[in-house]
Design a protein around this ligand. Structure first.
Ligand code: AMP
Length: 453
């Protein structure tokens, strides 16, 4: 199958060829003709499979026929995070470069002025995060009465981040007679529910099995008590071929701590999470993308939209809070046709989760093992000898929830088959979503009303 056989606008085909794409990926080959027919589509595809182009290319083909009037929005793409919104906008600009279309992006954490100006001019295609869009629309910016197409990208993640009430309010203000496309990495009951609420007889386009991690990623699971994680990461980073490494931390503070400790070992790493300003996040992403910095440490929320080709390794320093995040995380390597590697550190308490993960992906995962070449005993002694200076102060009688910190401050020797360390440091998907975009208001209102209670 070639791009020329899909019925895309010539200008779009030209731009795609300039991107160096020769053939459509499976999700593109499956989704593009269906989207072009004009009906609603629910697309299930892992990250890195080319799903952005799968909806963007037919969308631009449709939009090529008209022009937005001043103030009007013709197509709206909702994305969970500003990183993803920016990424989509970048792709849309590349694919629409030979078309006279106006493209804009709005997201929180930056000034509203330029976004308002863009809305006033009119947008053929607007990419937005839900919180900022509601803010601007409730001030009267953007006319959505003639909207033709709505796209919900990473719908599963938007649900996880609590955007459902915001999305409902946005959708209520849109015309009923529209095309609605929904993309998600997984097809859960919640997504099916969303489909019945927002779509009309959608066609399902699915590539790969449900919740199946990217087939191209080689996965490993290493036993590792909490107090040895940092040493194990440093060990792995010394191995050949670890050229571009994305490390996942469960919390924002954890991400900063990993960076600080790597810096002490002489490895520069940057963190990307919701406490960082938009420009800090962009700079970190750019340094990582250009190869100036080899290690990027991210939380799950901030990682959405990290579209960096050539990530050689994903490290799950902490096991994900939401099992489905595992799929998203490892999908950051092995993007498009490249192969990648993922390594997951497992404490003894993560073991039960691993079994659940196997059930979710529907196939056996590699057995957890000790990391090859890593001297657990020596690392344990080292951890004893040099307690981490930035370990949290030992709490006094504050209940079992604080055990993990105590263990971190007082390293213990690992016993075979019983690794140390608790889980759940708090934070996770409940952390303030991506710089305050997620401000779910009460549903049920028909207008964009500003007073959301
Ligand atoms: P996505 O799943 O949309 O995040 O895309 C993952 C990566 O695949 C991005 O870097 C795209 O630029 C790239 N890509 C998208 N479509 C194609 C294609 N047909 N051929 C090669 N690479 C592609």
């Amino acid at each position: 199958m070639r791009f020329s056989e899909l019925g895309l606008h010539e200008a779009v085909q030209k731009a795609v060829a300039e991107q160096g794409y020769t053939d459509p990926t499976p999700i593109q080959a499956a989704a593009i003709p269906v989207v072009l027919e004009g009906g609603d589509v629910i697309g299930i595809a892992q990250t890195g499979t080319g799903k952005t182009a799968a909806f963007t290319l037919p969308l631009l083909t449709r939009l090529a026929k008209g022009r937005a009037a001043a103030g009007a929005v013709r197509a709206l793409v909702l994305a969970p995070t500003r990183e993803l919104a920016l990424q989509i906008e970048e792709n849309v600009r590349a694919y629409s470069r030979h078309l006279p279309l106006r493209v804009a992006v709005v997201f929180g954490g930056v000034g509203e002025r330029p976004q308002i100006t863009a809305l006033r001019q009119g947008c053929d295609l607007l990419v937005a995060t839900p919180g900022r869009l509601l803010d601007l629309a409730s001030q009267g910016h953007g006319d959505f009465r003639d909207l033709e197409v709505l796209v919900l990208d990473e719908a599963d993640r938007m649900l996880d981040m609590g955007f459902l009430p915001s999305i409902r309010r946005i959708v209520r203000a849109l015309p009923r007679d529209r095309q609605t496309l929904m993309f998600s990495a997984t097809l859960s009951k919640e997504i099916e529910q969303l489909t019945s609420e927002f779509q009309r007889s959608p066609r399902l386009v699915q590539v790969g099995r449900r919740s199946n991690p990217a087939e191209t990623v080689e996965q490993a699971f290493y036993e590792c008590p909490h107090n040895l994680k940092q040493g194990l990461l440093a060990h792995l980073l010394r191995q050949p071929g670890w050229d571009s490494v994305l490390v996942f931390s469960r919390t924002k503070h954890g991400a900063d701590r990993i960076c600080r400790r790597l810096a002490r070992d002489g490895t520069e790493a940057l963190a990307i999470h919701a406490n960082r300003s938009q420009s800090q996040r962009q700079r970190a992403l750019e340094s990582f993308r250009s190869g100036k910095v080899r290690v990027l440490v991210a939380t799950d929320i901030a990682s959405r939209g990290i579209d960096v080709d050539g990530i050689t390794h994903v490290v799950n320093f902490d096991f994900p809070d939401q099992l489905e995040d595992y799929v998203h995380r490892i999908g950051r390597t092995g993007r498009a046709q490249a192969t990648g590697n993922s390594v997951t550190f497992l404490t003894s308490e993560d073991l039960g989760e691993l079994r659940k993960l196997e059930r979710l992906v529907g196939k056996p995962l590699p057995k957890p093992c000790r990391a090859p070449g890593f001297d657990y005993e020596a690392a344990t002694k080292e951890a004893f000898a040099a307690p981490a200076p930035d370990a949290a102060p030992r709490p006094h009688n504050r209940g079992p929830g604080h055990d993990r910190r105590q263990r971190e401050a007082r390293p213990q020797a690992p016993r075979p088959g019983a690794w140390h360390g608790g889980r759940r440091e708090g934070g996770g998907p409940g952390q303030p979503g991506s710089g305050g975009q997620g401000r779910p208001g009460p549903g049920g209102r028909r207008s964009w009303g500003r007073n959301r209670g």
